[in-house]
Design a protein around this ligand. Structure first.
Ligand code: HPA
Ligand code: ZN
Length: 342
């Protein structure tokens, strides 16, 4: 292992863009299908992995929603979340902010309560047993109606203490942020923070809409901002964080290859970019693999890595004390790297 790999494996990480349903590994999918008496459209774990060849976002979402059908009980949501947290432990993720998509489940007749209780029980145990702090972000599916999003927000109100923010995911094309302005207004008035996927496959204008109409604190993906230089200047001036997911962008053909990714260009221009995994079970890697593949494809320096990790700590929805603790951990890591101990 060379010294950058060693440094990356020891880097204290913060993840800000990870869909918990997208961490469902084929092995667990099979186990849950069996436990719940469900017949999957695939015959084996290998067959599932072979189906993970995507041409765009929609081709992925079709498989992702099919896979999520095995999630039925509170224990299923617990097991899913716990498996992700164990990965966090081995990747040195110290804080994570995960998305969940309640509509993927309530539309199948699974109670909101079942979903949130399983996820939050695992997050609580992760905090106690693994020392991993976390936040939960509820996403609205943008291919569904604005009315359905309002209904989902209302269902979430009794659980608000567990949910820091609302977000927007699923098929981006033809589903602009403006469609959800009213529900985001309502969410903010109830005290939720806001984020949104924008500028993944959709145009730079969707990033502007997310900022101006949805008043988001972060943009998820946002890589298409480069089509609008004035927007890039604004992102830098306002230090709007972008939660970039490099391996996802390759799997969903946003860029042809990792060497073509614009992350380093944005980082060096002063945009507050971060590295995240998106749907790690589907896209070939968790945050650790995203860091190492990106560092090698884009020749990232130790200073670049430090900046990415620092950006994520600054962009996280943390209280001041935890933020300070994480910054100290990062300073210690940097110092150790500079002493040449990896
Ligand atoms: N983009 C949009 N919606 C999603 C994604 C994504 O990468 N993953 C899960 N839902
Ligand atoms: Zn995403």
């Amino acid at each position: 292992m060379d010294s950058l790999d060693t440094a990356l494996s020891r880097l204290p990480k913060v993840e800000l863009h990870m869909h918990i349903e997208g961490s469902l590994e084929p092995e667990l999918m099979f186990e849950l299908a069996e436990r719940n008496g469900i017949k999957l459209p695939w015959g084996s774990v290998e067959e599932i992995r072979q189906a993970y060849e995507f041409s765009d976002l929609q081709s992925f979402l079709d498989i992702y929603y099919a896979g999520a059908d095995v999630l039925r009980t509170e224990q299923d949501f617990f097991d899913l979340t716990w498996a992700y947290l164990e990965r966090c432990r081995s990747d040195k993720v110290r804080h994570t902010e995960i998305f969940f998509d309640p509509q993927t489940h309530t539309y199948r007749g699974i109670a909101f309560e079942t979903v949130i209780e399983g996820i939050t029980r695992a997050l609580d145990e992760g905090r106690e047993q693994l020392g991993i702090s976390s936040r939960l972000i509820m996403c609205f599916l943008r291919h569904l109606s604005a009315e359905a999003a309002i209904e989902t927000l209302e269902q979430a109100l009794p659980w608000q203490r567990h949910i820091i923010a609302v977000g927007l995911d699923s098929s981006e094309k033809d589903h602009p942020p403006e469609k959800f302005q009213a529900v985001f207004d309502r969410a903010r008035s109830e005290g939720f923070l806001t984020v949104a996927h924008a500028g993944e496959e959709g145009p730079a204008d969707y990033i502007r809409q997310a900022l101006d109409l949805l008043k988001v604190r972060r943009i998820d993906h946002g890589v298409r901002c480069v089509d609008d230089p004035d927007l890039v200047a604004r992102l830098i001036a306002e230090q709007v964080p972008l939660t970039v997911c490099p391996l996802s962008n390759i799997k969903l053909r946003v860029f042809d290859k990792l060497e073509d990714h614009n992350l380093a260009e944005l980082l060096r221009a002063g945009v507050c970019v971060t590295i995240n995994s998106d749907d790690p079970a589907y896209f070939g890697g968790y945050i650790g693999e995203n860091f190492s593949a990106t560092a090698s494809a884009l020749n990232l320096s130790l200073a670049d890595i430090d900046r990415l990790a620092r950006n994520a700590i600054q962009a996280a929805f943390l209280d001041a004390e935890r933020r300070e603790d994480l910054l100290i951990e990062l300073d210690n890591w940097r110092e150790r790297c500079e002493l040449g101990c990896g």
